[in-house]
Each structure stands twice: as C-alpha cells, then as structure tokens.
Design a protein around this ligand. Structure first.
Ligand code: MTE
Ligand code: MO
Length: 411
C-alpha cells in the first residue's frame, strides 16, 4: 500500500465520519500500516523539515509523528484561502510570522487602498463618526498577543493548521464607542467587512457584506481593538488590510477583516455568520431520554491543547506542546493508557490571550506510543476527551476542542 493509498482511505473515512457528524481526530487514524509509516518516517527524515529543526537547536533531533494529516482538498483552499498553514512539528516560534499565518475568507478578498478606506460608526449613537486610517493611527496605540484560531480547526482530519499567534496593534474600540455615545436602547454592535457575497433566506437573494456582532458589553471590553498592524507591519492583504477587528479570546470568525462599518442596533444581529453558519449543533438527551437539538452561535474560544512534537537530545526524550483558547491554568499529558502527568509551561504564561508552550520530559521505552494532552482553563474546565458527550454529541465541526492524540515510534 503506498502512502497515497493510505491518504485516500483516510480521507474517505474522514468524509464518511463527518457526514455522520462525528468530527474526526488525528488520534483515531489507527489504520496506518507499519510499512507506510516507515516510508512516511523516512520521507520526513530526508526532508528539509528535519534539517531546519536540527539547525534551530544543535544536537536536538525530531522524532516525526507516525500519523500525518492529509493535505487539504484543493476546493477548500480555492474557497477559503491558505486555511491550513500552521505546521505543528516545524513551528517553534511563539509569534507566527505573517508568511506562516493561515487565512480564511468566505467571500471575495477586497484590495483596499489606504486613501479610499474609511470606517464609519453609526446607528444608535448620539454622534456618528467617520475615521480615515491616519485618524485611527493618531489615537492611543494598544497591542495584544493573541492566538487566532478558526472555530473549524481540527473539525476535519485535513484541517489542523488554522491557528496562529500574532502581536496585533491598533486602538481600543471602547473609548471610540463611548465618545460616539451609545443610546440606551442599544443591544448589539455589528461589524461589517468590505467583502461581500450572495446570500439567500426564504427565497430572497441579497448581497451581504461579511458581518458579525458583539453585544454592547462585549464590544466595550477594553481588550477589543480596531487593529491595523500584525507583528509590527501593516496588516497583510489577506488578514484584512487596512483594518480589522481583534476580539481577544474569541474564535477567528469574530475578528472581522477589511472592517469598514460599525452599526449599533436595538436587537440581536441575525446575519449568516451569527445565526446560520458558525453555529454549533448538538443532539443531546433531555431529562426523559428524549432527543433535544441545540443550536448555539460560536463565540469565545474553548480550552484546547495539542502535542506539537517529540524531540530527543543526548538520549533524553521530550514532548513539546501548545495550549490555548480560554485562559490556561495547567496542562497534563497522557502516554498510551498511563496516568495524566503534569506538563511544565515554558512560554506565554503572562499573556491571557496567547498560546502557551509546554513540555514534558519522557523516559520513553522503545516501541510505538500514543501521546495525548489536555489543558484545564482558569475556571476549571477540562479539555474534553473525544468520547465526552460535549464532543460526541456535536453534529457540526465548529468548536472541535477535543483532546488530540499523536503517535510516535521510539527506536
Ligand atoms: N471580512 C471578513 N472577516 C473575516 C472572515 C471573512 O471571511 N471576511 N473570516 C473570518 C474567519 S471564519 C476567520 S477564521 C478569521 C481568519 O483570520 P485570518 O484570515 O486573518 O487568519 O477571519 C474572520 N474574519
Ligand atoms: Mo473561521
């Protein structure tokens, strides 16, 4: 069986599972036969991946994972952009360089010239206002290191790289809204991008800009930014040049790119990305055993973690990983069916909204092993196992924060 055959099989299996509504995880791919695993391993060992890694830290060697996610389908890249760029084993940088940052765009990708761009704030405000980019830049600067993840990441077996961490700079939204004077009847603040597409509801076809809303208290959170820089440079075109909303602690979809209009309204906004798409559907059991279906808008990020790589240095093995989503309290690692062992957090602990890097030193025995991690957030929520009803009852691929298992073979 060639590597390609395996991929195809995985893919079909993944597709079938998804139709059944069971999000697939890397961990469940147990049918990689030994021969092809060795091939995969040899391929990785000869690849620039290992060379680059070795350069990064003298004497450190990567033990490549046996499970390898399939490449994303061409249609997905065509439809959404470079949605799968983060490479867990290769990326050791805490800040993701712009060139390695994923992009997800649902409509067109407008090319906006700075001189043509304006941001208007209107609706239920006492003093509607318009900003040019220079006017926005003249306001107080604020930055945040924030890990942006698409809510669909890990919802398909080929989609595991829809995540990145950047230093986002802009001006806080709250003082601007307060200055504009939110009227007392206001309920929602709606953010519109310049990109648009056709939507249909009850046989009514209409042009719609990309839009998401926050409730008034959510929009007034002091961390929310009107952002014009990513990693100290103007926003790249596909990440929303010249300005986007940054909502630290929320899934990617809340972070509206190519932002041009903010509208304050007296009820909840019901656009596609609030009420139809990016809605998590679960099939749950009611108190009398009856089936209860729930539909909830995707909002704040949930606690999540992943093993990123296994390395060996002077004969000592180490598992390195990442934790993010809700503010992280601690991380634990399970090897095969062993006990949960506490990992050490090395990086990012002093940033609420950025991913944390962690490690666990491992006295590994030779043979094949499964490595699983789980993070716990500051409220005590534990990243769920794939068998947990919160994941197992889920029928859409959003919010796939279930535990991730990777497989390695120790010589
Ligand atoms: N205007 C606009 N903003 C958008 C989107 C979009 O399609 N249009 N996609 C959203 C989604 S679903 C995600 S995951 C993030 C991705 O941000 P990035 O492309 O900068 O990585 O942008 C969000 N903001
Ligand atoms: Mo997304």
């Amino acid at each position: 069986m060639t590597d390609l055959d395996v991929r195809t099989k995985e893919h079909d299996e993944g597709g079938k599972k998804l139709r059944e509504g069971q999000p697939r995880s890397v961990s469940r791919r147990e049918f990689l036969v030994q021969g092809s695993s060795t091939l995969a391993l040899l391929a990785v060992m000869n690849s620039p991946l290992l060379a680059r890694f070795a350069q990064a830290e003298e004497g450190t060697q990567l033990i490549p994972f046996l499970d390898r996610p399939p490449a994303p389908p061409e249609q997905a890249i065509k439809a959404y952009g470079e949605l799968n760029k983060h490479d867990w084993q290769r990326s050791t940088s805490w800040i993701t360089p712009a060139k390695d940052f994923f992009t997800v765009s649902h409509y067109n990708r407008p090319q906006i010239r700075e001189e043509d761009w304006r941001l208007t704030i209107g609706g239920l405000v006492e003093r509607p206002v318009t900003f040019s980019l220079d006017q926005l830049r003249a306001l107080p600067r604020q930055e945040v290191v924030f890990t942006l993840e698409c809510a669909g990441n890990h919802g398909f077996d080929w989609f595991t790289g829809g995540i990145g961490t950047a230093k986002w700079t802009g001006t806080p939204l709250a003082p601007i809204l307060k200055q504009a004077g939110i009227k007392h009847r206001a309920v929602d603040v709606v953010f519109f991008g310049a990109d648009e597409g056709e939507e249909e509801v009850r046989e009514i076809k209409m042009r719609q800009c990309f839009s998401r809303s926050l409730s008034v208290p959510e929009a007034l959170d002091p961390s929310v930014l009107l952002c014009y820089e990513m990693n100290g440079e103007p926003l790249p075109h596909l990440n929303g040049y010249p300005a986007r909303l940054i909502v630290p602690g929320w899934y990617g979809v809340a972070n509206v790119k190519w932002l041009t209009r903010i509208e304050v309204i007296d009820r909840r906004w019901a656009g596609r990305f609030m009420s139809k798409d990016y809605v998590t559907i679960r099939e749950e059991k009611g108190s009398n055993g009856e089936t209860v279906w729930t539909q909830k808008t995707v909002g704040r990020s949930l606690i999540k973690s992943a093993p990123a790589r296994v390395i060996v240095r002077n004969g000592k093995y180490r598992i390195e990983g990442v934790a993010w989503g809700a503010p992280v309290q601690r991380v634990e690692v399970q090897i095969d069916d062993g006990p949960w062992l506490p990992a050490t957090i090395d990086r990012g602990q002093d940033h609420d909204y950025a991913w944390k890097f962690w490690h666990l030193d491992w006295e590994a025995r030779s043979g094949e092993h499964r490595v699983t991690s789980r993070a716990v957030d500051r409220e005590g929520n534990v990243q769920p196992a794939l068998t947990d009803p919160v994941i197992a009852n889920k029928r859409t691929y959003w919010e796939s924060n279930g535990q991730i298992t990777r497989r390695v073979r120790i010589a």
